[in-house]
Design a protein around this ligand. Sequence first.
Ligand SMILES: C[S@@+](CC[C@H](N)C(=O)[O-])C[C@H]1O[C@@H](n2cnc3c(N)ncnc32)[C@H](O)[C@@H]1O
Length: 266
Amino acid sequence: MSTDRIKRAIRLGWDEMSASYQATTRISLHDVHYAPLCPGERELNIIGEVRGKRTLELACGAAQNSIALAKCGARPTALDMSPRQLAHAKTLIARESAPVDLLQSDMERLTMFTDGCFDLVISCFGLEFLPNPDACLRECFRVLKDDGLLVISTVHPLTAFEWDADAKALWVTDYFNPPIEVWEEPTDSAEQKGLTFFRGFQEIFNLLVSAGFQVERIVEPAPYDAQSASETDGKKTPYGGAYWESDRERLSKVPFAIVYKARKPA
Ligand SMILES: C[S@@+](CC[C@H](N)C(=O)[O-])C[C@H]1O[C@@H](n2cnc3c(N)ncnc32)[C@H](O)[C@@H]1O
């Protein structure tokens, strides 16, 4: 299976889904988000101080995380491979007057950046679309300064499995061989559909270590308390909206995302 064909299908799929994703997901421009209905950076404190730092966001979508970082004094660059997602980013960046550099690129190939030019690389919900995450993580290591930080939020491995709404339980059919999700979204690429890859902790941890990183922290964010969610906490999360609220029961029992915080040794 050609990875370029898979990535092309994923790009076309995101072009297709971009308008509805941006309309049904409410994403903050003031706090970095990591997971649906969950607290963001302000509460989780994964990144820390960013003032004056050069940051790179991979799979930025509409670049809300980079805009939030810019509001905290960072100097962000954000990239994505979907032109439609980037069009949303361009609009938001102009509206917010945020100093974010945008570019269209594949996050597995960061050849436009010199070695050691970023203090922080961040990505939220991008890694799961990569046929070759190893290439991306090695590029992240290369473009980071010594002591630089990589923060990646990606789908939790349990997200691969079906939620039984009646039983209020997850059907974990085979943890060691999670299914690859084949997208239903139409693309003009008949020969190849978009794919989502679910990867276990062991695989991602070992890829990070073999790229040279030291893993400092793993976070499995939990949603704000569902009891009070609709009144107050629903407004506090930097990543929510109607689409995610309809899945709240599952999300409050099974983590949707896992965040890896890793450092390039000094
Ligand atoms: C779920 S969206 C996340 C967007 C944004 N990070 C957010 O949290 O809203 C996934 C994004 O990954 C992008 N993407 C997928 N594969 C990519 C690749 N190889 N290089 C760059 N971007 C990619 C898609 O175009 C899409 O915008």
